[in-house]
Design a protein around this ligand. Structure first.
Ligand SMILES: [Zn+2]
Ligand SMILES: [Zn+2]
Length: 351
């Protein structure tokens, strides 16, 4: 049974400014005019305008409020956005939110992010780089965009009628000010069905991180896979062969494959411990986790959508398809059962 509709407004990670991280989401059983959740805001109105020219019925006819013959525009779509979930404040994740902040219609909108991300946004909506179009005060009638902090405290926070979000902190390379630059990943849950998916912003591999934290995400996800959690959106910015020292806080196919192996290991451990709790495993049946067969099929039923691939303009094929094929080749011998897909700009994904 499907739970969420997701429209891919943009899924690249630069340098193509017309295809940056931006996704629009609603529960399948709601209509787009009941309210939309925006995941990231790199690309927005402009990219959506081009997508709607190619596919005018992408949102059906429902959003048009003065009759089905009215053309659906990016303005009608974005006026229905209730909130933006922002993983971190790098420009490729926020630029359309900034540029469209003064012209977005509909009710006022909430911007959810970590306290640091909101602080970073304040430096943009400062009155210098851009007008002060966002603020913390919900009672201020002038603010059309309201900051709301998401704390990585293990709890799910309701962001719309049927959707709640849990955020976890992940590492995204070294910060220029020292230490690790932090980003978030979101567990987005359809409250009535308890079905959820994971959405990563930018993230670096645990194997090279000063502060490896992906394993915490995998441990939180493992007991839910695949029944309650069957999709993960995760970046794979660069193609295979990229030297580790030039990853700048991102994944490449080798690291993506290793992260999937780490997740599969957690899934096997979670299933073992749930069997133990049920009294169905005797001590002598303990698994040999060093054997590759132990992970066979561990991720069956899980779909992984690759996002944030960085365009190089050097291939006739889209770069995300090149990277997807490299990931599939690397994962094939491991028989994890995971399905590796791409989230292409303009696609509607049903999960
Ligand atoms: Zn990015
Ligand atoms: Zn980033």
């Amino acid at each position: 049974m499907p739970f969420f509709d997701i429209v891919v407004v943009g899924s690249g990670g630069g340098v193509d400014e017309t295809n940056l991280s931006g996704y629009l989401l609603k529960p399948c059983d709601a209509s787009w005019d009941d309210g939309i959740i925006a995941l990231e805001a790199g690309s927005g109105h402009g990219a959506l305008g081009h997508i709607l020219k190619r596919n005018p019925t992408l949102f059906g006819q429902i959003i048009a409020d003065d009759g089905p013959s009215k053309r659906i525009t990016p303005f009608t779509v974005y006026s229905n956005v209730q909130c933006f979930l922002i993983t971190h404040a790098h420009l490729d994740h926020i630029s359309s939110l900034v540029v469209s902040a003064g012209t977005m219609g509909g009710d006022r909108k909430f911007i959810y992010g970590s306290p640091q991300t909101l602080k970073d946004l304040e430096t943009i909506f400062s009155g210098r780089t851009w007008p002060k179009l966002a603020g913390y005060d919900e009672d201020d009638p002038v603010s059309r965009l309201i900051y709301r902090a998401l704390h990585a405290d293990g709890k799910y926070k309701s962001v719309s009628q049927d959707v709640s979000v849990r955020s976890m902190t992940v590492s995204h390379g070294e910060s220029d000010s020292g230490g690790v630059y932090e980003s978030l990943c979101f567990f987005v849950k359809h409250i009535p069905s308890r079905h959820e998916f994971i959405f990563f912003g930018d993230v670096e591999p645990d194997s090279i991180s000063m502060k490896p934290r992906n394993v915490n995400v995998w441990r939180a996800a493992a007991p839910k896979i695949p029944h309650d959690l069957s999709a993960i959106f995760i970046e794979c910015s660069y193609p295979a062969g990229r030297p580790t020292e030039t990853l700048y806080g991102h994944l490449s196919p080798d690291h993506l494959a290793q992260e999937m192996l780490n997740l599969a290991t957690e899934v096997v451990l979670a299933r073992d411990s749930s069997r133990k709790r049920g009294g169905r495993v005797r001590k002598r049946q303990k698994r040999d986790m060093t054997s590759p067969e132990v992970l066979y099929g561990a991720l069956a039923g899980l779909r992984v959508y690759l996002i944030h691939c960085k365009e190089t303009f050097s291939s006739d094929r889209p770069i995300n398809h090149v990277i997807r094929d490299q990931c599939r080749d690397l994962l094939k011998p491991h028989n994890l059962g995971v399905e590796v897909l791409t989230a292409d700009q303009g696609m509607k994904i049903v999960i």
